[in-house]
Design a protein around this ligand. Structure first.
Ligand SMILES: [Ca+2]
Ligand SMILES: [Ca+2]
Ligand SMILES: [Ca+2]
Length: 243
């Protein structure tokens, strides 16, 4: 009897403790939801594993950790990290780029070569290399698509579904010694809605010879919303001046 009473008293204390603690726990949960979520800017080198640029490498966007994925046709890559190396829930599904190629342009050296000299290729005018990003935090993004073939007379045709008007860019040409818009990459401004989808493509330029191929070397996804705490300060800043 005594033991039962003791247990009962102990259970009552535990219940009281829960009642006292619960509002605190709820308040903590509310705070963590209200705080800005982890930045969703990230860099992806599409190519051979272990062959990514260093995190000091900016390319045409922002420096930060480079995810590296072979992004084989029909596969979904997960475990991505943001520029700071923190895990993000974003997944990357690739469809259409059937060949992963290591093709060295002697002109691209150092980290530029690590990004550009490995890439997916499509040789089918009706089949682009498509990257379907999911679980992207809704918001405004600047998207850079690296789409340069090592052959300087072959171009690629890029676009982002979530860019208003869905404009297409033609990317290619001799390496100018550094990244240059429409030579090594195209720049897009995209709005990610509640679906969290962000889809980008690199395909054969209309009327070009499909046998020459079109490349997808990598991508940078830069969130341009500015949070109250200044954690995310925007994209490259080139967008507003270039349009
Ligand atoms: Ca090279
Ligand atoms: Ca690489
Ligand atoms: Ca690459």
């Amino acid at each position: 009897m005594t033991r039962a009473v003791l247990r009962s008293a102990s259970a009552m204390r535990a219940a009281l403790l829960r009642i006292v603690l619960l509002p605190t726990l709820l308040a903590t949960a509310a705070l963590s939801v209200a705080a800005p979520l982890v930045s969703q800017s990230f860099n992806v080198d599409i190519g051979m594993s272990g062959n990514g640029p260093p995190s000091s490498y900016t390319a045409a966007g922002r420096a930060g950790v480079w995810n590296v994925t072979e992004a084989a046709h029909g596969t979904t890559s997960s475990g991505l990290v943001d520029l700071h190396g923190a895990s993000i829930p974003v997944t990357l599904r690739q469809i259409g780029g059937l060949d992963l190629i290591e093709g060295d342009d002697p002109a691209t050296v150092g980290a530029d070569g690590l990004l550009l000299d490995d890439f997916l290729v499509t040789y089918d005018a009706g089949l682009e290399s498509c990257v379907f990003l999911a679980e992207v935090e809704p918001g405004e993004y600047e998207v850079l698509i690296y789409a340069r073939m090592p052959e300087t007379d072959v171009d690629s045709y890029t676009d982002v579904d979530e860019e208003p008007g869905n404009p297409h860019s033609i990317v290619g040409g001799p390496w100018p010694g550094q990244h240059q818009e429409l030579v090594s990459y195209s720049r897009h401004q995209a709005t990610v809605g509640p679906s969290g989808q962000l889809n980008l493509h690199s395909g054969i330029v209309p009327a070009a010879n499909p046998a020459d191929g079109a490349a997808l070397n990598g991508l940078q996804v830069l969130r341009v919303d500015v949070f109250a705490d200044g954690f995310e300060v925007g994209g490259t800043g080139a967008w507003s001046s270039s349009r």
